[in-house]
Each structure stands twice: as structure tokens, then as C-alpha cells.
Design a protein around this ligand. Structure first.
Ligand SMILES: [Zn+2]
Length: 339
């Protein structure tokens, strides 16, 4: 198991970044991989929290070219800090993994569980899903910064959280059918995070300080669950395959967590779970429950449902068992109100 060793969550936590990174065994050089949406206020806060000015690398896209840019800036010593929403954390994480350097995650939004997971999602690889790297050594989450991110991002984070419900069901199914390893502890941990949304969606949807903290803690826990399981199984099942297929058909439509949330509604129905509860929880937090809300055409939803399992044949899920065709996929999407 590889897990983060330090987690700091709090208002104004960024001002403690210097102490957070303090580690006598490491070189002082700090390379920050940051996204284009990182505000100048956050940038100033990072600069003033560190004794020596860090090297900033602006990540334009989550691809190998940007990973190489961060690697060049970091050379073979120092630490890499990923400051941003998604891309910059993934790129920094993979660069650190390749250079065997410690990686620190400083999320500026809470739109998905990549802020703590041992995986990185990159474009241009041979597969459309995440690659195994190492979890961050430390995660520093400034609640003031995260709470000021657009609500759509926070709602998307709730979508990624709720998806653990069907991910765990798929894992249990795979264990039964194929004999694949199943870890009850990591599965329970991931389920607990899904329940934060299912049971407390009204409170969560206010996105006040308390709810943002709960959202961030739950997202970090799901990354830890993946670290304990040694795979993304507790966090990613049929609903993620659906989301990944939509990424191919409609690359610019919707956020990762939004697509996973919509996928969870439909996969819950396939599993015989209370899909209406999933739908109403997503509605309560302001996450989309219909494909049209994220600008995806009905035909793309249906095609994704039919073909999703083909992008990762080794991952047994409810889609491997039910093998949807155009007709049954249309019925599923219509009966759950997704199209
Ligand atoms: Zn996810």
C-alpha cells in the first residue's frame, strides 16, 4: 500500500505550504506545475509561503509533452507540487513518478478524486483511462480557495463521489464471476464517500464551509481507498467506462464527475439499486442528471452505453454481464430520464 503521509485541510492552508514541504532529506528546489486557471492570488500565496521562489511550469494540457516539460524543469532533485484543478496535478504527479521525486498535491477545486489518487489521467496514451503512478506524499487543501471555485466544479466532485456506489457493486460482481481480488476494507471506505452524497446531499449542496470540507475529505478518502486496493477498482466501474467513452465521442462536453454521475444513475438501475435516490442526490447538489444539460446528444449516450465495456475488456462490470444493445441501451437511458 502506498498512501499520502501528510494531509492538511483548512482555511488559508496555502500560507502553510512552506512548513508543509519542509523535509530535511530533500533538496530545497520546488517545481510547481500549475494550470492556466490558477489565479494570481493563489500564485502569490504560494510564492510568499515558500522561502525560495519556486520554478513555475504552466501546464497547457494533460499530455506527455507537458509531463516532459515539468520533468526538465525538475531535473533529478527537488520536489514537485501540483497546484490546480486536474491537469496540473496529473501532469506533476506523473513527472514526479518518473523522476522518483516526492509529489505534493495542492488542489484549487474539488471536482474529482484525482487530487489524492495514485492515478494520473493523460491524453495521447494507448488507453483512455488513468495510468498508475504513486499517490501524492502530501495533500494540502485550502478550503477558502476550493470553496471559491465555481459551484459547477464542486457539484462535479459530488458526481465522482457518488460513482463509488456502482464502482464497488461492479467490483463485487467481478469477484463473484471471475474470482478477482476484492478488498472489503477499501470497498467500504469508497462506499462511505458515496454515502456522504447520498445521505447528505441537501447539506452538501449548500457548499458552505462545512460541506466543502466534507466533500474534500470524502474525495481524499476515495484516493486512499484506491491506494489500499492497489487498483482503481473501488473508485471506477461501469459508470467510469461510460464516462470514458463519452470522452471519446464528445471530448468537450461535461466534466469528468458530471459524466460519472449521470453514468451512475443508469448503472444503478442495471444493478437493481435505488437509482432514483442517486438522481435526486445529484439534483440536490446541482449536478446534471440529463445528457442535454452537458450538451451531449442522445445518440452518443446510447453508443457509449453499448460500447463502453470495449475500452477496457479486462475490467468486468455490469456492462460485461448485461451486454446492452441499441434497444436496451435506449430503454435504460430513457427510463432513467438521462435522455
Ligand atoms: Zn473519477
Amino acid at each position: 500500500m502506498e498512501l499520502p503521509t501528510k494531509v492538511l485541510i483548512g482555511e488559508g492552508a496555502i500560507s502553510k505550504l512552506g512548513e508543509f514541504l519542509a523535509d530535511s532529506s530533500a533538496n530545497k528546489r520546488v517545481v510547481v506545475s500549475s494550470g492556466s486557471n490558477v489565479t494570481s492570488m493563489v500564485r502569490r500565496a504560494v510564492d510568499s509561503a515558500l522561502k525560495e521562489e519556486p520554478v513555475w511550469v504552466r501546464v497547457e494540457a494533460a499530455d506527455m509533452e507537458n509531463v516532459n516539460r515539468v520533468m526538465q524543469a525538475a531535473s533529478t532533485s527537488g520536489r514537485i507540487v501540483g497546484v490546480g484543478g486536474g491537469k496540473s496535478v496529473d501532469v506533476g504527479q506523473l513527472a514526479a513518478f518518473k523522476l522518483h521525486l516526492p509529489f505534493y498535491s495542492v488542489p484549487t477545486s474539488a471536482s474529482h478524486d484525482g487530487i489524492s489518487s495514485p492515478f494520473a489521467s493523460l491524453k495521447g496514451l494507448d488507453r483512455p483511462y488513468s495510468v498508475m503512478a504513486k499517490p501524492p506524499v502530501g495533500i494540502l487543501a485550502d478550503l477558502e480557495v476550493i470553496a471559491s471555485a465555481p459551484r459547477r466544479l464542486l457539484a462535479s466532485g459530488c458526481g465522482d463521489l457518488v460513482s463509488k456506489l456502482t464502482a464497488v457493486k461492479d467490483w463485487q460482481l467481478a469477484h463473484k464471476v471471475t474470482g478477482e481480488y476484492y478488498g472489503n476494507y477499501s470497498a467500504s471506505l469508497a462506499l462511505m464517500s458515496a454515502e456522504v452524497v447520498l445521505k447528505r446531499s441537501k447539506m452538501l449542496g449548500t457548499f458552505g464551509k462545512e460541506s466543502v470540507r466534507e466533500l474534500v475529505e470524502a474525495l481524499i478518502s476515495t484516493g486512499v481507498a484506491a491506494g489500499i486496493a492497489g487498483s482503481s477498482r473501488p473508485c471506477s466501474g461501469s459508470e467510469h467506462l461510460f464516462s470514458h467513452y463519452l470522452d471519446i465521442l464528445a471530448p468537450d462536453a461535461g466534466l469528468h464527475g458530471e459524466k460519472c454521475g449521470i453514468g451512475t444513475i443508469m448503472m444503478s438501475k442495471l444493478h437493481g439499486l435505488d437509482w432514483r435516490l442517486v438522481r435526486s442526490a445529484l439534483k440536490n447538489v446541482g449536478a446534471p442528471v440529463q445528457a442535454s444539460q452537458i450538451g451531449v446528444e442522445d445518440s452518443k449516450v446510447i453508443e457509449s452505453l453499448v460500447k463502453a465495456s470495449s475500452i477496457r475488456p479486462d475490467r468486468y462490470t455490469i456492462l460485461s454481464r448485461k451486454k446492452l444493445n441499441k434497444r436496451s441501451a435506449t430503454f435504460l437511458a430513457k427510463s432513467t430520464g438521462v435522455i
